[in-house]
Design a protein around this ligand. Structure first.
Ligand code: PAF
Length: 287
């Protein structure tokens, strides 16, 4: 099935209105392009749960800080469309430009899931999640999908989007899809393109250390601070300088103090060479 390329919000909304009239379900996969196997796994999950799939490709300026990599962020629409066409599971690629998404050059309205946006990555990127939730809210309104699919690699983004949808009664189900990894364990990310081979193998230590911490958790260690500290030490031992190593409640992102009693996320952000990488692992208490 060839993927139809649409550029304008009007065309996008008209197509999905037609699908709704025909009682067909749809799923949105929001992306910033530079697609890789991780994105294709999102599309595959979307296709399994709905009849129609829209992939949006938009490098959203609102979610980049002034000294971040907006200008360098990899953009290759031709390659992205080739990948989607080869996979054959996407009905529409929605590729608006900035003037179509923000006709005045900006959005006066901001959607902010307050306390959840200021923890973890929000400490170093204070405006990032408001940019994400604002653009995701716009995309949900334009497409009006039954499902929207996000990767679990950005656990904070997933939790925040779920909370936004709940707080604002968006009629959509948010679906999280497991992180796709290199054989080394390195989580696939568009930003891995910034890494040399040596930096990639150093970056792979992040998930190896998360897995070892998970193992300690499974063996009965339930103290949050001890698990964080051990992971932090191990990261330092391989020459990494994490921005944070935090165990937070999976849904609310509130830091877990003392004993872990509910499903929690162990999340890490770490600069490696020119990239700032994030990864996480679920510490599932089974409750
Ligand atoms: O995860 C991303 O690629 C972006 O944050 C998203 C969800 C597409 C919003 O721009």
């Amino acid at each position: 099935m060839p993927t139809t390329l649409l550029h304008t919000p009007g065309e996008m909304s008209a197509i999905t209105r037609g699908w709704r009239d025909a009682h067909e379900t749809s799923a949105l996969v929001p992306t910033m392009g530079a697609l890789h196997r991780g994105h294709l796994a999102l599309v595959e999950a979307a296709r399994k749960i709905s009849q129609r799939v829209v992939v949006s490709i938009f490098v959203n300026p609102l979610q980049f800080g002034p000294r971040e990599d907006f200008d360098q962020y990899p953009r290759d629409i031709e390659a992205d469309l080739d990948l989607l066409n080869q996979q054959g599971l996407t009905d529409v690629a929605f590729v608006p430009d900035k003037s179509q998404m923000y006709p005045d050059g900006h959005s006066k309205t901001e959607v902010l899931v307050s306390s959840m946006a200021s923890v973890l990555c929000g400490q170093a990127r204070p405006t990032h999640f408001a940019g994400v939730t604002t653009v995701v809210a716009k995309l949900l309104n334009l497409v009006q999908p039954d499902f929207a699919v996000f990767g679990q690699k950005d656990a904070q983004q997933l939790a925040i989007v779920k909370r936004m949808v709940r707080d604002l009664n968006f009629p959509v189900e948010i679906v999280g899809v497991p992180t796709v990894r290199e054989p080394s364990g390195l989580a696939l990310s568009s930003r891995n393109r910034y890494l040399s081979a040596q930096q990639k193998s150093q970056a792979a230590c992040i998930y190896q250390i998360l897995s070892q911490t998970h193992q300690r958790f499974l063996q009965g260690e339930r103290n949050s601070e001890r698990l964080e500290e051990q992971a932090w030490t191990q990261l330092s031992e391989v020459g990494l300088h994490p921005e944070y190593v935090s165990i937070v409640d999976r849904d609310s992102l509130v830091p877990v103090a003392g004993e872990i009693r509910r499903p929690a996320t162990l999340a890490v952000a770490c600069p490696v060479g020119p990239a700032r990488l994030i990864d996480n692992i679920l510490l599932d208490t089974g409750s």
